[in-house]
Ligand binder design. Structure first.
Ligand code: SF4
Ligand code: FES
Length: 261
C-alpha cells in the first residue's frame, strides 16, 4: 500500500471519481528508557532502553504493552481502564507525572528517548509499580464519605450553587499523580498530601455533610494542610484538571475563618 491512498466513489454512471486523498499514518521507531527494578534480582533500579514501532496517535501505555507482549514479558506496570478513568497508571514520564493512557506519542520529541519511571515518594515494589497503601491510608484518614444524621422523607436537596461549591473536587480518580509530584511529600511521606486534601474538600464544602469540622481538625495536624508550600506541582500533574492548589487554599481558609459555605 502506498503512503497516499486514493478513495474512489462511484457516480450514477458507474464511473470512478477521485473525491479525496487520505494521508496514511506513518509509523516510526521510538526509544523508551524505562527504569526497571526487580527486588529479587537487583540491588538498585537500572535504566533499560527499548525500541518500539509506534504510530503518533498511540499512547505511552501502548508502547509499554508492546514491550511487554513482544520484547520482555517481565516488565511490570499497573493499568486497567486504559481510558483515563481508573487512575491506576500514573507514572513519571520525562520527569512529569502523567497517566500513561493519556500521554500521546505525538506530544513527545521522539528524536530523544522518552524516560519512564515509577511515581516518586511511595515504596517501589517492581519496575513501574509502587506500594499505594500509604497513599490510601491518608485518603481513608480524612473520612471520605458523606456523614449526615436524620432520616429525610425525600432526597437531601441542594441548590445549584451549593453543588457547584465542591464540583471540581468530585472529579478525583485517586491516581496519586498530585501527591507524588509534591516535594513536601517526597521528603518523608508523612504529609497527608494533595489527594487526601482534595477528597476532604469534596465533603467539607458539601452542604449536606455534618462532619466538616472533624475533617478540618484532622487536617490541622502538623502533617496536614499547613505543610503545603504552594508549589503548584499538584495542579500541573492532575490529569483531571482539578485546581488542586486552590482546593488546598480553600481548606486552609476554612480552618482560619471557621466558614465552610
Ligand atoms: S486530585 Fe487529580 S492528580 Fe490528585 S489523585 Fe485526584 S485525579 Fe489524581
Ligand atoms: S489505565 Fe485507567 S486511568 Fe489509565
Amino acid at each position: 500500500m502506498t503512503d497516499t491512498q486514493t478513495l474512489e466513489a462511484t457516480t450514477s454512471d458507474d464511473q470512478a471519481t477521485e473525491v479525496e486523498a487520505i494521508e496514511e499514518p506513518k509509523s516510526f521507531t521510538v526509544t523508551l528508557n524505562v527504569r526497571r527494578y526487580d527486588p529479587e534480582a537487583d540491588d538498585e533500579p537500572k535504566w533499560v532502553d527499548y525500541d518500539v514501532e509506534m504510530y503518533p496517535t498511540e499512547r505511552i501505555l501502548d508502547a509499554l504493552h508492546r514491550i511487554k507482549w513482544e520484547q520482555d514479558s517481565t516488565l511490570a506496570f499497573r493499568r486497567s481502564c486504559a481510558h483515563g478513568v481508573c487512575g491506576s497508571d500514573a507514572m513519571r514520564i520525562n520527569g512529569r507525572n502523567r497517566l500513561a493512557c493519556k500521554a500521546l506519542i505525538k506530544d513527545f520529541d521522539i528524536s530523544k528517548p522518552i524516560y519512564v519511571e515509577a511515581i516518586k515518594g511511595l515504596p517501589l515494589e517492581k519496575d513501574l509499580i509502587v506500594n499505594m497503601e500509604p497513599f490510601f491510608d491518608s485518603f481513608r484518614e480524612i473520612q471520605p464519605f458523606l456523614q449526615a444524621t436524620g432520616k429525610p422523607e425525600k432526597e437531601r436537596h441542594q441548590t445549584i450553587a451549593q453543588r457547584e461549591r465542591f464540583d471540581d473536587t468530585t472529579k478525583c480518580i485517586l491516581c496519586a499523580a498530585c501527591t507524588t509530584s509534591c516535594p513536601v511529600f517526597w521528603t518523608d511521606g508523612q504529609y497527608f498530601g494533595p489527594a487526601a486534601i482534595v477528597n476532604a474538600h469534596r465533603f467539607i464544602f458539601d452542604s449536606r455533610d455534618e462532619a466538616s469540622q472533624v475533617r478540618l481538625d484532622i487536617l490541622n495536624d502538623k502533617e496536614g494542610v499547613w505543610r503545603c508550600r504552594t508549589t503548584f506541582n499538584c495542579t500541573d500533574a492532575c490529569p483531571r484538571g482539578i485546581e488542586v492548589t486552590k482546593a488546598i487554599a480553600e481548606v486552609k481558609a476554612a480552618m482560619t475563618s471557621g466558614r465552610v459555605s
